[in-house]
Design a binder for this molecule. Sequence first.
Ligand code: AMP
Ligand code: DBH
Length: 546
Amino acid sequence: MPSPGSLPFTPWPHEEAERYRREGIWAGITFDQMLRRSVDRHAQSTAVVDVDRRWSYRELDDRVDALASGLADLGIGAGDRVMVQLPNRAEYVATVFALFRIGALPVFCLPAHRSAELTALGRASGAIAVITAHLHERFDHAELARSVAEEVPALRHVIVVPEPERELPTGVVDFTTLTGEPRTRPVADPGAVAFLQLSGGSTGIPKLIPRTHDDYLYSVVRSNDVCGVTSDTVYLATLPVAHNFPMSSPGILGALAAGGTVALTLSPAPAAAFEMIERAGVTMTGLVPPLARLWTETAEKREHGFDLSSLTTVLVGGARCPDELAARIEPALGAQLQQVFGMAEGLVCYTRLDDPADVVTTTQGRPMSEHDRVRVVDDAGEDVPTGTEGHLITQGPYTIRGYYDNPDANARSFTDDGWYRTGDIVRRDEAGNITVCGRDVDRINRGGEKVSAEEVEEHLLAHPAVRDAVVVAVADPYLGERTCAFVLVTDEAEPPRGGQIRAFVRGRGLANWKIPDTVTVLDTFPETGVGKTSRKELRRLLTARG
Ligand code: AMP
Ligand code: DBH
């Protein structure tokens, strides 16, 4: 098994790690051991429900065993990175736990990722395999994965979950053939990296987040306490399940750790999701604000015809939930709202189930653990008084100390003494509740999906006629923010129009949510008044025009 030191990741300082172990904050078990415990205690209970399947814990465990053997027979083993790009279906759960069982590291890709992202992720992670679905939302992921493997030589295996009555392309491995007898395997080191999660990021190159079994399991178990997850919980993964939020806050891993049930819906739209809530008796789910609004508006009309009475808790996070929306969620959905402000790098804040209504509707909660350390600081790094806005920095037992193999990002995103700079501007009240006011990095939060301005600018600059590009966030009533690109073009007889440049960016193989909502061609950028090079000031001026 790889030791934590054998992968390019920054461990917690030795003494701090020792304390977390001694005090049992880090439980010293792997995700595979966690699943086995739940299987021992809840063998006949339902572990996973999707659109057409229902597996007990025993069945899930048997599938994990068979798949683990099949993957091992392909030559995938401890420490290998494997990209997983699967929609919200039962295979997702089996795949992730099969990889854990053989000590391989899932790299959590999203179904919306296209060639640009997958190629970059493949290179950055050094993945040797990709596991994907054949078709999802009428897009051919098998072809996509095959073309990515051509670009990334280390990617040796393209494994595809087939569609009924559709032939797989040649050269790929049929997921359903990956099976074998259960085997005894060495147990991974709980202090080792379990998987690579993705940061929404503010740079052009993807930042991979190494999470260990110890640290992540702590965040899951702590989330279960704060959100009241038990073996009676039925958690619906509404958002793409590879996101940190539905994965761990408390998410599918929380439900599985408690012996509860994971329900999965392919579509987050009310028609599909409400049907699943009724069918599976869903008690809890997690939504981004635009979806929470859609569900709330649908429920307010009282015409949908589904029984949502099983629902007790709705978590809303990923982006700032407007106070006005927060106040409507409970009455409409008949479930308690918990706001959640989290990040794949670690720190997760929740409003508590017994908080007064104004805290739940106007703040993003407080850190979930007494072991979280948070500071709100000014530009010089000095702590600001309670109630004053400042930069949020944090460290603790489940916040990473560095990205995977990325010294440049580490230098920017961590202080010299190991505090993670969240990039968020927040205000903290007397009780420690945090309100998110903005951010200090060039990241657009498009309804919970993060867009790195720099990444999109690089794709715009790849257009032969584009001389300069600036991407900014503008307020949007539904999404919270959308992306506006401003470009300068070369002097040509027929300069490209905004729509053509947008189509060009799409053609470069970018996830849909990153395609700028508008591209405006300008003759010149506004004068910033603080020197030509003030990108920050330029962004401010262009945001005002957006
Ligand atoms: P990532 O680092 O990609 O996991 O994205 C995490 C970021 O999402 C945070 O640093 C915040 O900027 C944003 N975020 C998450 N939850 C909330 C929330 N409830 N309110 C405002 N922003 C949020
Ligand atoms: O936005 C996020 O990344 C996020 C939101 C809520 C998150 O990582 C989480 C909860 O754990």
